[in-house]
Design a protein around this ligand. Structure first.
Ligand SMILES: NC(=O)c1ccc[n+]([C@@H]2O[C@H](COP(=O)([O-])OP(=O)(O)OC[C@H]3O[C@@H](n4cnc5c(N)ncnc54)[C@H](O)[C@@H]3O)[C@@H](O)[C@H]2O)c1
Length: 310
């Protein structure tokens, strides 16, 4: 297939690109490099089936000429992903995640191209339920990032209902692994490993009792690819996660080589914190047989190994 991956130079995007190339598809990565890096896609540079185009999904004209290539499938991952940035300056997130998604959908509609929209578990309402969060769980726009993803989801599904366009929404839980930035927000595993290797403190926001369901990035990429290619997913929302949650305190203890360097600091956005994130991925499992393959311990080992090489 001829496939477009927006955000293809980003952390998850580069893994989606890699797996698609391994399956012998033709892949174009489209990215404005606002958070992506050429380093992430260097490995594919000499692959004749791969091309990279630097560009912005907010630029309608550029998108229109991009789509002249006639894609069979679009994985739409490009987005502003930082919760705190979305709180500090919501317009950028709105423009990239809502307007950008609308622009991509419009091109898909005109060219009748199948499209997968990458949402997030951050859209969910708080839940302390030990059985995990399934797709029918209520949503709550706790930040402009979550609100923008919910808007993107609604637009994506509206193109399925209104135009019969084959679209699917996926909500991966917190994803980690090699190529994730170890600075900034979101990459808690990468940040903890990096700081541990540097002999620095591991700073935990709040009391650290908040839990995360951590999905290894190659499991995430397989899920995304499968959801985009399977006709049974049309018009659906699908979760993916490990199905096991761990408190940030326990995660720090698992990664740290010196418990004395684990510190608690005030939370930067307590109002948008989710106390428990545990994924129920049974819908994706029942529908397409997907399940995660990499344990947290193995994923941490692989991530540490990668960080040590850079
Ligand atoms: N990392 C996670 O834990 C996680 C979990 C669930 C969902 N997601 C979603 O997965 C997707 C990828 O996330 P990631 O963690 O790889 O982040 P990332 O920032 O590495 O990837 C996003 C990419 O989009 C690009 N981009 C941003 N705005 C753009 C624009 N206007 N035009 C073109 N490119 C643009 C960035 O440069 C970046 O390369 C995002 O949609 C994110 O919301 C991430």
């Amino acid at each position: 297939m001829n496939i477009l991956v927006t955000g293809g130079a980003g952390f998850i995007g580069r893994w989606v690109v890699k797996k698609l190339l391994e399956a012998r598809h033709r892949v174009t990565a489209f990215d404005d490099l606002s958070n992506g890096r050429l380093l992430n896609i260097e490995e594919f540079r000499d692959n004749p089936d791969f091309s990279f185009i630097k560009g912005d999904i907010k630029d309608q004209e550029q998108l229109a000429s991009l789509f002249e290539s006639g894609y069979d499938l679009v994985y739409h991952l490009a987005a502003s992903i930082n919760v705190q940035d979305s709180i500090d300056e919501p317009r950028t997130t709105f423009d990239n995640d809502v307007v950008g998604t609308f622009n991509v959908l419009e091109e898909c509609r005109k060219s009748k191209t199948r499209m997968l929209f990458m949402s997030t578990c951050m859209v969910y309402e708080r839940s302390l339920d030990e059985s995990g969060i399934s797709e029918v769980h209520p949503v709550r726009p706790a930040s402009p990032y979550a609100a923008s993803k919910l808007a993107g989801e609604a637009l994506t599904l509206s193109y399925y209902y209104a135009y019969g366009l084959p679209t699917v929404v996926v909500r991966p839980f917190n994803t980690y692994g090699p190529f994730q930035k170890s600075s900034g927000e979101g990459g808690v595993v990468a940040i903890f490993i990096q700081r541990d290797l540097e002999g620095a403190d591991l700073n935990i926001y709040g009391d650290g009792a908040q839990t995360r369901d951590l999905l290894y990035v190659e499991d995430c990429a397989h899920f995304v690819i499968q959801a985009g290619m399977d006709d049974k997913t049309n018009g659906l929302i699908l979760n993916a996660g490990l199905g096991r949650d761990i408190s940030v305190n326990d995660l720090a203890a698992l990664i740290s080589s010196d418990p004395g360097r684990i510190k608690h600091v005030p939370h930067i956005h307590p109002q948008s914190e989710i106390p428990k994130l545990l994924c129920d991925y049974s819908k994706a499992h029942n529908l397409m047989g997907w399940e995660p393959k990499i344990t947290l311990e193995e994923g941490i080992r692989r991530t540490r190994e990668w960080i040590m090489t850079i």
